[in-house]
Design a protein around this ligand. Structure first.
Ligand SMILES: NC(=[NH2+])NCCC[C@H](N)C(=O)O
Length: 397
């Protein structure tokens, strides 16, 4: 069956979304590796799964079709070319050496699609490779991974993002996440669901993460540039979306190079066609460079206040900020816990972590219906409802 997927905004009625239910990859996190694997704590895995299931159910209750990344990946790995590509991807690792690479190739080649999916996502620990031997294998620490786990796969918004009827598979900046885009790429290239989808962007040299990309309005993107997306990444995506004719204006939005504000969506998400919820500390100081296409080249304006540049690009009078009016300490705490990272299920209807009590109360006071979900364990990876979802179909807003 052919599907026509398309996303033109952040707030059009959500129809289909791609999620990843966290699993064995989270069980790999220890106090020794959690920093490198970009988690701020050691999640209780069973509870994280319950929280995630409740998130998925809340979406289904609002008539959203939920696709799971591992299910799509497993279907994909039924095809020999996809399997070959997946295996070649993990073997292309400078740490392995020829002997271990050969052993690993044989091991992976024998796995069923289900087991291969599991290994691609959860990684492979030293002791799990029973056939392991040779210099590299013997000199590895028993805590080392032959294949690294991907605990951040949970944040499906970062590895791919839809622009109109095309998908951008991004280039993740952190080494711990690089392999995630290879999995996204496999799915979009080989899964029959996406047969007719032409990518508008594929992993490139420049760093670009989906959490930085906001579809402000049809034809208008805001792209954060900070810890994850570089100005060169913005430039690359801008060229591609301009060339495709899908977008006429890109706003490049510099954000602080900090873990707390790693992506634009940690400080700003949309809850209506003309309303954003924004971290108060930056709402009125954020700036943007307007990028447009001129005779095949990029034209860049001077920096202007973000809200002004956005409203102009979106052809609206005003992009209003919901006044979360919090005292600075509460605001900072709730920003850290992804209070600003909402997922709109439709205009004025958004999923948010329940723990951000004050931000949610202010959203409601402003007329936004809030679907509250628990996230005490999910949040230890520093991501909220928007980070954990890649919309693939929304109605026009
Ligand atoms: N779109 C987002 N804000 N994603 C959050 C990703 C969190 C993840 N632990 C990372 O450090 O990369």
């Amino acid at each position: 069956m052919t599907h026509a997927y398309r996303v033109d905004s952040e707030v059009g009625r959500l129809r289909t979304v791609l999620l990843h239910r966290p699993g064995a990859e989270l069980r790999r996190l220890t106090p020794r590796n959690n920093d490198q694997l970009l988690f701020d704590g050691i999640p209780w895995v069973g509870r994280a799964q319950q929280e995630h299931d409740a998130f998925a159910q809340a979406l289904r209750d609002h008539d959203v079709e939920v696709l799971y990344l591992t299910e799509l990946l497993q279907d994909t790995l039924e095809y020999q070319p996809a399997r070959d590509e997946a295996i070649a991807g993990v073997l292309d690792d400078s740490r392995l050496g020829d002997q271990l690479r050969k052993i690993l190739e044989a091991f992976l080649g024998d796995l069923t699609p289900e087991a291969l999916t599991q290994v691609l996502v959860a990684g492979l620990a030293h002791e799990e490779l029973k056939t392991g031997r040779g210099l590299v294998y013997q000199l590895m620490d028993r805590h080392d991974f032959v294949i690294d786990p991907l605990p951040n796969l949970l944040f499906t918004r970062d590895s791919s993002v839809w622009v109109g009827d095309r998908v951008a598979v991004t280039s993740l900046a952190m080494p711990a996440r690089e392999r995630e885009t290879a999995l996204a790429q496999l799915i979009y290239r080989h899964h029959p669901r996406f047969e007719n989808v032409a990518p508008v962007y594929e992993p490139a040299l420049e760093h670009l993460e989906g959490g930085d990309v906001l579809l402000l309005a049809p034809g208008v993107l805001a792209i954060g540039t900070g810890e994850r997306t570089t100005p060169a990444g913005v430039e690359r995506l801008a060229r591609q979306v301009f060339a495709s004719g899908l977008v006429h204006t890109v706003l490049a939005v510099p954000i602080a190079q900090d873990r707390a504000t790693m992506h634009l969506d940690t400080i700003c998400t949309m809850v209506d066609v003309d309303k954003v919820v924004m971290y108060p500390a930056v709402a009125y100081s954020l700036t943007a460079y307007t990028v447009t296409s001129e005779n095949g080249d990029l034209r860049v304006s001077r920096a202007r206040p973000f809200l002004e540049a956005a409203a102009q690009a979106m052809s609206i009078d005003r992009l209003s900020v919901i006044d979360t009016g919090l005292d600075p300490v509460t605001a900072e705490r709730e920003q850290w816990d992804d209070g600003n990272n909402t997922l709109a299920v439709g205009p004025r209807l958004a999923v948010a972590y329940e723990r951000n009590v004050e931000t949610n109360a202010r959203l409601e006071a402003a007329g936004i219906e809030v679907i509250r979900i628990e996230g005490s364990e999910l949040g230890s990876g520093r991501g909220g409802p928007r980070c954990m979802s890649c919309p693939v179909l929304r109605d026009p807003a």
